[in-house]
Design a protein around this ligand. Structure first.
Ligand SMILES: Nc1ncnc2c1ncn2[C@@H]1O[C@H](COP(=O)(O)OP(=O)(O)OP(=O)(O)O)[C@@H](O)[C@H]1O
Ligand SMILES: [Mg+2]
Length: 300
């Protein structure tokens, strides 16, 4: 809802007065809290199950491996799964005088997720849209984010309340990564997410095609298990770039089952290499300064 309103007696054309609503206050708090985070990127797709959470988590890990300070917001309120992807389901947020403290994942990634606030992770969140939006704004406003190079935001499928709240609250988003998978089914729905990004004047950083192909570990043959590739076509159509084609890898499921982050457990896999290359491309596109660690090493 707009926080501008016509006052009684105000003539059309007269400057609108800003009504100070609780949401307006929270949004401003959120902007202040994130003022020391350099790059803010959202990961979305129209389609469910294409690997948004996997990409958000692995991108965060890859950035942290390169020495960047990373925060990761799980904005999928109903289907929060970042904690599982990073193997931190047993941890919980704590409160300090500075606010809600993020949970530290491997490589010091600061994770914020509603599931890490619940008594048990299987407690359902039974909220309608307005409550979901409020929860996201409150998290952004009340978490002690501190200083970060990157904030990565994992969104649920679609372009609903969560995505709208993020683009309305974080006015200085640095861009969006749209995840697709092979098959015409993905192509049509993912295009909706691309249009959402463009209509909200968010920079489309590029497209990631996940589950792109499967390479037989025995014979090396490549199979298009899910159908026709969609990433190149979408990138061409919307004037952006394909950031990566990430293959299907059964070890991703195995790493999940063991509660270990895939990128750290299988750094030499094709998928992990594709994720590292995608991260390099992204850093180049954003023109991100070198991480403190790397810069220090070079100066020695
Ligand atoms: N490249 C891949 N190879 C094999 N498994 C994968 C790959 N990418 C993701 N997965 C698995 O596919 C499942 C769906 O991935 P993920 O949860 O990241 O999708 P999502 O788009 O976030 O889903 P949702 O729409 O529910 O939020 C997970 O079990 C994940 O481990
Ligand atoms: Mg997800």
């Amino acid at each position: 809802m707009s926080s501008y309103t016509m006052k009684q007696g105000q003539q059309p054309g007269q400057q609108a007065q800003r009504r100070i609503t609780p949401t307006f206050v929270l949004m401003n708090m959120a902007r202040e809290r994130l003022a020391k985070t350099k790059y803010k990127i959202m990961v979305l797709s129209g389609k469910g199950g294409v690997g948004k959470t996997f990409i958000s988590s692995m991108l965060s890990l890859a950035l942290a491996v390169k020495g960047y300070r990373v925060a990761l917001l799980d904005a999928d309120i109903h289907g929060s799964s970042i904690p599982t992807m990073l193997g931190i389901m047993g941890l919980r947020h704590t409160a300090s005088e500075a606010g809600i403290e993020p949970v530290k994942a491997p490589l010091d990634i600061k994770v914020v997720a509603t599931n890490l606030l619940l008594d048990t992770p299987d407690t359902p969140i039974i909220w309608r849209g307005p409550l979901v939006s409020k929860a996201i704004t409150e998290l952004l406003a009340k978490v002690n984010w501190g200083e970060n190079d990157f904030l990565i935001i994992d969104l649920p499928p679609g372009t609903g309340d969560e995505a709208i709240t993020i683009v309305q609250t974080i006015k200085d988003l640095d861009g969006a990564i749209v995840v697709t998978a092979p098959s015409i089914l993905s192509e049509v729905i993912v295009a909706k997410a691309i249009n959402f990004v463009l209509r909200n004047n968010v920079k489309l950083l590029g497209i990631v095609e996940n589950m792109s192909y499967f390479r037989c570990p025995k014979c090396g043959s490549v199979y298009q298990l899910l159908g026709k590739s969609t990433g190149e076509e979408l990138a061409r159509k919307y004037g952006t770039r394909l950031l990566a084609k990430i293959p299907l890898d059964p070890y991703i499921g195995e790493a999940l089952d063991k509660g270990v982050p895939y990128l750290l457990a299988y750094p030499d896999s094709d998928a992990a290499k594709a994720i590292m290359e995608m991260t390099d491309k992204l850093i180049e596109i954003l023109g991100a300064e070198k991480a403190g660690g790397e810069a220090r090493e070079e100066n020695q």
